[in-house]
Design a protein around this ligand. Sequence first.
Ligand code: FAD
Length: 388
Amino acid sequence: MDFLLNDEQKMLVETLKTMGEREKFKERAMEIDRTGEFPYDLLTKYSGMGLLGMTLSPEYGGGGQPAINAILAIEELAKFSPMIASPVFESNVGPVRVIDLFGTVEQKKAIIPGVCAGERSVSVCMTEPEAGSDLTALSTKAVEDGDSYILNGRKIFITGGGHASHYMVYTRFGEISGYKGIGGLLVEKGALGFTFGKQEEFLGLRGMPSCELIFEDVRVPKENVVIKAGDFSKLMWSFDIERCGNAAMCLGTAGGALREAIAYAQTRHAFGRPICEFQAIQFMTVDMAMKLEAARLLVYKAVAGAGQGLPSIYEASMGKCYANEMVIEVTNTAMQIFGGYGYSKEYPVERMLRDARAWGVAGGTVQMLRNTMASVLYGRRFDQRRGK
Ligand SMILES: Cc1cc2nc3c(=O)[nH]c(=O)nc-3n(C[C@H](O)[C@H](O)[C@H](O)COP(=O)(O)OP(=O)(O)OC[C@H]3O[C@@H](n4cnc5c(N)ncnc54)[C@H](O)[C@@H]3O)c2cc1C
C-alpha cells in the first residue's frame, strides 16, 4: 500500500497550484460566478498543457496516464472553483471515457483528438423529466429505420447542454422494457430535430451550461451506437469513473475552503488576538482537515485501484457519497470561521458552499449511492420497485 504521490504527480499538482496563483484563478472564479460565463479560453490553455484527455488512449491523441493523475488535477484546480476544473473533468472522466473504452475505432477517431484539442466535448444525457434516480424508467426511444435509428424524447439538467459538440444519449432501443433495452447513442449538435430548451439557473455552479434537450424524430446513423441494448451494465460501470471525478470536485472545493479559512483566521482579529488563537477556531479547522483527508483516502483508493481502467462500483460509490457530504460540512464550517464576511460575496466561501450543494445530487444522489453500497454489503440486489 503506497500513500505517496510519485515525482510526476507531485510536479503536476505543484504546476497547477503555481499556475492558479500566477493567473489569479481565485479572482477569475469570482468573476465566473458573478457573470455566469463559462471560461472557454481555458480549453486552449489546458490543451496546450496536455491536461485535456490526459487519461485517454495515446493512439487517438490522449495522454495515456492513469486515472488518478486526472483526479489530482481536477482536485487541485477545483480548489479555485469547479468551473476552473471543469474542462479537465469533462475530457477525462466524462462520457468521452465511455467512447475511449467501448466505442468503435471510427467513433474514437472522430471524437477523441478533438476533445484533446479542446475543440469538441461530449455531454452525458441520462436524466429525463420523469426518470432521474429511477433511470431504467427512461422513455427516450430509438426505433430502427434502415441504416439509422429515429430518436424521440427529452432530457433535462444536461451539463454542457447547448455547448457540447456531442451528446451521449441513454436511450431505450425499440420496445425492450427495463434496463435490458437501454444503450448509449451518440448524437451530434445540429442534427435535424435536435433542439435545446432554456438554460437552467442553479443555486451554485454558476457558469456551467445546463439545459433541456429535445429530440423530435432525429435520424441517427447506426454507426453512432456506442453501447448497444443489453449492455446497460457497461454504461453504469463506466459512469463510476465520472463519480470519482465528481468526488474530486468535492475534495478540491473543500481544500479551497480550508485554505481560505486558515488564511483568514490568521489575519482576522477579535479581542485583540488573531482568531486562530481561539481553540474553537482551531478545532473547527482541524475537523475540516480531518474530514477532507478521510474523503481523500476513500477517493484515491477507489481511483488508484482502477489504474487505467475503471474503479469498483462499491469503492466509487463510497468515495463519492462521503465526499459529497464532507464538502457541505467543510464549506459550511469555513463560512462560520469567516463570521459575517463568510456570508458576503466579498469572500469566496459563500460561493463554495453553494457549489458544494450540487454534488450529492449530480451523478447520482447520496441516497442512491447508499442503495448501491447496501446491495454489495448484503450480497443481493434490492429491487426499489414495490411488489417486484
Ligand atoms: C448540478 C447538476 C448537474 C447535473 N448534470 C447532469 C448531466 O450532465 N446529465 C444527466 O443526465 N443528469 C444530470 N443531472 C441530473 C441528476 O443526475 C439527477 O438530478 C439525479 O440523478 C436525481 O434525479 P432526480 O432529480 O430526478 O431526483 P429523483 O430521482 O426524483 O429523487 C428525488 C429524491 O428522492 C430520492 N430517491 C429516489 N429514489 C430513491 C430510492 N429508491 N431510495 C432512496 N431515495 C430515493 C433521491 O435520493 C432524492 O433525494 C445533474 C443534476 C445537477 C443538480
